[in-house]
Write a protein that binds this ligand. Sequence first.
Ligand code: DGL
Length: 270
Amino acid sequence: MAVGIFDSGLGGLTVLDAVSKRLPDVPFVYYADSAHAPYGVRDADDVFSLTNAAVRHLWDAGCDLVILACNTASAAALRRMQEGGLPQGKRVLGVFVPLIEALTERQWGDNSPPREVSVKHVALFATPATVASRAFQRELAFRAIGVDVEAQACGGVVDAIEEGDEILAEALVRSHVDALKRKMLEPEAAILGCTHYPLMEETFQQALGPDVKVFSQADLVAESLADYLERHPGMLGKGGQSLFLTTGDARRVSDRATQFLRRKITFQSV
Ligand code: DGL
């Protein structure tokens, strides 16, 4: 019974990399819905039904716990899946909460009422669907008061990354940071609210300048997963095997994944 990691495409490999380093003995099944990526330009119903199908597949592959490593899926589908009821013994977790807990300097799972925090001006970079959902602002409002969030929908960046066009991705990141800075003159913190963006973290940091603290999810998710598994050891069974599954062309996806992570990754088609 491995832990499932779901993303629309390759971006979640940033999360997979971090969780595998943090939890080297845990087998992970990574599922990339490459045939339907990008999710960020789809409407919420569409993202919900695609995410549902992917999570079911991961349950069938022997995972009791699935991490929606995709912010767009976490924003558009997680709450609806949880409210709709999950099969007995199955859990689905998203990636917003660990990030917001770090931003608001909370311990994992601290559900005390919202309070003032030191950071006041936050830039959020995410896909159009994540920005439209306002899920980040909603989760933040449960934990902090008086934080001004300016969101920038970063159209095109995910496609450029999935296509392996780093030059285009860099140019798009710079232009999205410029657009954000026209709306918020001095962000103190920036959230990379899409799993693909850590692959461009240096470009974000350069364009934002050294005074902006850039929060990237992968390590935060890894720490909170380690903490969760310690508190819920039953969600992790014995044995299992790490796998990479895709709804797309396995060879093409494997090549891109190998390029991103700079180690050999072999996907199988589902
Ligand atoms: N990587 C995903 C995210 O974190 C979505 C990218 C996409 O498919 O648009 O939002």
